[in-house]
Design a protein around this ligand. Structure first.
Ligand code: PGA
Length: 254
């Protein structure tokens, strides 16, 4: 399966800086690597149109993701951005349920489930994030916690509608902390989640990718990316540095 590497730029860079970083990353990529590895950038909403213009005019094979999407399709929802609006910008992916949305903006499973559905209706691949806090990790209750996030967040999805899905394990204690989960931690949770998802009506072995995010850097990327059961990574901090991000991409053994 083709590995995917997503750079989540979070609340950083204006649209001009975003174009510069895209160009820097593109310039540093080994020739035709995008045919072997799917490379996705997730900028702020305000940069998506600018990056899309560069990507289409320069015929780049880098893809775009949003960092969030409204649970609503249209209407009186001040400040929201819909999946339909995003689809017009030719994005392929949309991150939903990121822990920063869950914890800082009180997004609950029900809302996340709506967002997943809005993306699917618009043919945008959801990058569904889940993961436990340090409390659940320490108390050993993380399996229950994760199972609930998966069951609620992906509730009601139908096989004929879910063309592709990315499921990202993002333990909160590893995000932006420099503390990366061990390969054993990641494999244990992804195995557990694959088992839950394999019993869902929408399950399709070829179209669901299971990835990891949390302090991924050039130092740990090789071990993570070359594990057979991990299909890719979601990179935060290190994706803002073109050299580090490209080094992570280069860590994939082709
Ligand atoms: P980080 O962020 O790589 O900075 O830990 C990961 C994420 O939030 O997806």
């Amino acid at each position: 399966m083709k590995k995917i590497i997503i750079g989540n730029w979070k609340l950083n860079l204006d649209h001009l800086e975003a174009i510069q970083l895209l160009q820097k990353i593109n310039y540093s990529l080994p020739d035709n690597i995008e045919d072997k590895i799917e490379i996705i950038l997730s900028p702020s909403f305000t940069s998506i149109r600018s990056l899309q213009t560069v990507i289409s005019s320069d015929k780049l094979k880098i893809k775009l993701s949003s960092q969030n999407v409204s649970q609503f399709s249209s209407g009186a929802y001040t400040g929201e951005v819909s999946a339909t609006q995003l689809k017009k910008l030719e994005i392929d992916y949309g991150i939903v349920g990121h822990s920063e949305r869950r914890t800082l903006f009180n997004e609950i499973d029900l809302v996340i489930n709506d967002k997943v559905n809005r993306l699917i209706e618009n043919d945008i691949v959801p990058v569904f994030c889940f993961g436990e806090r340090i409390e659940e990790r320490k108390s050993g209750s993380y399996f229950n916690f994760i199972e609930n996030q998966i069951n609620e967040g992906l509730k009601g999805l139908r096989k004929d509608k879910v063309n592709k899905l990315v499921v990202a394990y993002e333990p909160i204690w590893a995000i932006g902390t420099g503390e990366v989960a061990s390969l054993e931690n990641i494999v244990e949770v992804l195995d557990f989640v694959k088992n839950i998802i394999s019993k869902k009506p929408f399950f399709n072995e070829d179209n669901i990718k299971f990835i990891y995010g949390g302090s991924v850097s050039p130092d740990n990327a090789q071990e993570i990316l070359n594990s057979k059961i991990i299909d890719g990574v979601l990179v935060g901090g290190a994706s803002l540095d073109a050299t580090k991000f490209v080094d992570i991409i280069k860590a994939v053994e082709l």
